[in-house]
Each structure stands twice: as structure tokens, then as C-alpha cells.
Design a binder for this molecule. Structure first.
Ligand code: NAP
Ligand code: F7E
Length: 348
């Protein structure tokens, strides 16, 4: 039975990856942070009581800022594969916490790579790199595009990317970076723009909010569904050789178009409900991201299966149910009775 160690298992990607690996017969070890509240909501449905027989999911306390614990975990578990998904992953927050973001996202990766090197275990390492590393490089971005990071988050992830490449070359590790473009879904954190919008739609329909405050609506992103992207992570570690890959759909939308798609689902005009709060603008913005994932398609045979419309649909339906207890039909009916409180309409 293959053994995988997953950092960030309680996050969006970690939870989908844990499901995928368990379904493939892996024994999965996940690193969770100690918190005063429960932080395992995304993996509760796959949790197994350690007292039961044949348990294949094991959770360990740890933190990417705690190198000795990471080393202990790698040494004792001796995983066949390590997926380093843990990160302070919010670009906007990284401007407020640049030092912490660097500690976790950049140095945290080095701590893990050092743990592997010192333990001398034969393991394959996946690093969660990001399209944010491209910053304002011309689109579409591929593995050959230049890196021009535009945030402390992107700079930290670039450090981790180069560290991963260096350990591959210096110590002959099977270590790769997946340069993943934005991927979303029903488990996306509610402060990322897509989920903020679908969650906002549900709260407005439920009568809990009368407006949704956003920042830059002009940003263009290449949004896919996280379930497709964790499959790509696994595929990269099954390849014959350690190679970095860009993963994305190639299809782009603005934040404004995402608003339109989400509000239209319940028959609302987003311009009646969305207001601009400059507090959500970033000191430097990444304006246009579009993946050229030709290499992944050619070498790995990876391609996304969940399109933009289906992704938005799933997210809206999920949030309407979770937040308002409504199915789509009843939500649409309820939305016809809503009257906007005359917000200033942002320029379309
Ligand atoms: P996420 O939902 O924010 O999850 C981040 C995970 O990291 C959570 O499990 C979190 O634990 C954990 N974590 C944060 N700080 C930690 C620390 N100091 N020590 C240990 N664990 C820590 O992120 P995601 O969307 O799943 O993304 C997964 C990875 O892919 C991240 O590295 C992200 O930067 C990268 N990435 C994401 C995207 C995307 O569009 N989603 C695209 C490219 C790259 P808690 O649950 O306790 O907070
Ligand atoms: O912002 C704009 C914002 O925070 C997308 C992370 O998973 O993907 C993610 O980073 C765009 C930006 O994602 C709001 O300015 C407008 O242009 O959803 P986001 P991100 O910054 O692209 C990459 C690939 C990662 O690696 C990251 O880990 O939307 N925007 N108004 C807003 N963004 C937020 N969060 N909130 C707003 O109110």
C-alpha cells in the first residue's frame, strides 16, 4: 500500500487530494495545525477513528514553521510521496503578513526538503507552486514564461519553486512543482473572490445581506475546479521523470464576469448588489492570467473535466443549500421578491 504525507490536508486542495489518494488505496498521513476551534471540517467525512481496524487516514499535529516535527514525521512515516500543500495562501493577506507568509511558504518548503534529505528516505515530493509567480508576464503563461512576482505570497512561492528545483538537481530528489492556476470549488475558502461571490449570492437571496463588497473587478483569471487539479498533482508524481508543469484551463474570465454568472443563476442582476470597497484593492495586482498547459496535456494526458459554467453552478447550488436551505428553483422564486437598496452601480 503506497504511503502519502500531505501538508495542508485541511485546506481545499488537501481535502480533495486526500479523497483521491484514499480512493486509490493509499495510506494517507495528514499534517494539521493545532487550533482552539475545529479546523478539520473539509476532511471530517473521510476521518477514520484511529481505534478502528485498517485505518488508512492518520492525522498528525505539525506546522511548516516547526522543522523538527516535520523531520520527525518524514523519518517515522517514510512516505512514498509527499504533497506540500500547506501555505498562507491568500495573496491579499500576504501584503499584511509578508514575513509570516515568507516563513511558511518559502522557508517551510526548505524545512520539508531538508527533512527529506536528512532522513534519506526514497520519496517523491510535490510542491504547490502557483500562477501568481508569473505576475505580469505576458499571457498565456507556460513553463517557459518569465517569473515576475507581484506580492509577498508570489515571491515566497517563487523561492519555494527554485528550492524544489535546486534540491532536485543537487540531491537527485524526485521533486517537482505544479504551477497551478486558480482552482476553486464548493470547499474554497470564503475570502477568495469566487467563493466570496457565490456565498454572497446565497446570503443575499436568504435576506441576510443586502450588498456584496468587492475590489478590482477587472482582474482576469483562468479558473478551474480543484478536483481536476489534485488529479494533476498525483499524475506528476507518477511520471517517469521529475518535471514541472503548468496546470490550467486556458479559458479566462474577469471577476465581473464571474459576478454575472453567479448572480444570473438566481435571476439577479449583479450590478444591483455588488459595491466596490477599495480596501480590497491590492498594492500591486496581477491583471491577466491564462494557462498554456500544452505540456501537461501532451506528457501526462491531463485535461480539465469540469468547465467554468458547471463550476459556478456547483458553487452557487452548494452555497444556496448551505447558507439558505434553498434549492435553485426556490432560490429563484425568492429572488424575484428582493428589492435592492439602491446601491451605486459600478461602471460595467
Ligand atoms: P487553503 O485552502 O488556504 O489551504 C491551506 C492549507 O495550509 C490549510 O490546510 C491550512 O491549515 C494549511 N496551513 C496554513 N499555514 C500553515 C502552517 N504554518 N503550517 C501547516 N499548515 C498550514 O489553500 P488551497 O487553495 O487548498 O491551496 C493549496 C496549496 O496550493 C497552497 O500552497 C496554495 O498556496 C497553492 N495554490 C493554490 C491555488 C488555488 O487556486 N487554490 C493555486 C495555486 C497554488 P488550516 O486549515 O489550519 O488553516
Ligand atoms: O483573487 C480580485 C483580486 O483572492 C482573484 C490563491 O488561491 O489563486 C489565488 O490567488 C482576483 C484578484 O485569488 C476581491 O484582486 C476583487 O485579482 O480569489 P483571489 P488570487 O489572488 O488570484 C492563486 C493561483 C494562488 O496561488 C493563491 O493561493 O479577484 N478581487 N475583489 C478580490 N479578491 C478577493 N480575495 N476578495 C475580493 O473582495
Amino acid at each position: 500500500m503506497p504511503l502519502a504525507l500531505v501538508t495542508g490536508i485541511t485546506g481545499q486542495d488537501g481535502s480533495y487530494l486526500a479523497e483521491l489518494l484514499l480512493a486509490k488505496g493509499y495510506e494517507v498521513h495528514g499534517v494539521i495545525r493545532r487550533a482552539s476551534t475545529f479546523n478539520t471540517e473539509r476532511i471530517d467525512h473521510v476521518y477514520q477513528d484511529p481505534h478502528e481496524p485498517d485505518v488508512r487516514l492518520h492525522l498528525h499535529y505539525g506546522d511548516l514553521t516547526d522543522g523538527s516535527q516535520l523531520a520527525r514525521l518524514v523519518r517515522t512515516i517514510e512516505p512514498d510521496e509527499i504533497y506540500n500543500l500547506a501555505a498562507q495562501s491568500h495573496v491579499g493577506v500576504s501584503f499584511q503578513q509578508p514575513e509570516y507568509t515568507g516563513n511558511v511558504d518559502a522557508l517551510g518548503t526548505i524545512r520539508l526538503l531538508e527533512a527529506i534529505r536528512e532522513a534519506g528516505v526514497d520519496t517523491r515530493f510535490y510542491q504547490a507552486a502557483t500562477s501568481e509567480m508569473f505576475g505580469d508576464a505576458p499571457a498565456p503563461q507556460s513553463e517557459d514564461s518569465p517569473f515576475r512576482p507581484r506580492s509577498p505570497y508570489a515571491a515566497a512561492k517563487l523561492y519555494a519553486y527554485w528550492a524544489t528545483a535546486n534540491y532536485r538537481e543537487a540531491y537527485d530528489l524526485f521533486a517537482v512543482s505544479g504551477i497551478l492556476f486558480n482552482h476553486e470549488g464548493e470547499r474554497r475558502g470564503k475570502t477568495f473572490v469566487t467563493r466570496k461571490i457565490t456565498h454572497g449570492v446565497a446570503r443575499i437571496v436568504a435576506g441576510l445581506d443586502d450588498a456584496l463588497y468587492l475590489g478590482n473587478l477587472d482582474a482576469v483569471r483562468d479558473w478551474g475546479h480543484a478536483q481536476d487539479y489534485v488529479r494533476a498533482m498525483w499524475m506528476m508524481l507518477q511520471a517517469d521523470a521529475p518535471v514541472d508543469y503548468v496546470i490550467g484551463t486556458g479559458e479566462t474570465h474577469t471577476v465581473r464576469e464571474f459576478c454575472d454568472a453567479a448572480f444570473s443563476h438566481v435571476g439577479l442582476d449583479w450590478r444591483d448588489w455588488v459595491r466596490i470597497d477599495p480596501a480590497y484593492y491590492r498594492p500591486t495586482e496581477v491583471d491577466f492570467l491564462q494557462a498554456d498547459a500544452t505540456r501537461a496535456r501532451r506528457d501526462l494526458g491531463w485535461k480539465p473535466e469540469i468547465g467554468f459554467d458547471e463550476m459556478v453552478h456547483r458553487m452557487v447550488v452548494h452555497d444556496l443549500d448551505a447558507e439558505a436551505g434553498l434549492d435553485l428553483e426556490r432560490a429563484r422564486e425568492q429572488a424575484t421578491r428582493l428589492r435592492p437598496s439602491a446601491p451605486p452601480r459600478p461602471t460595467p
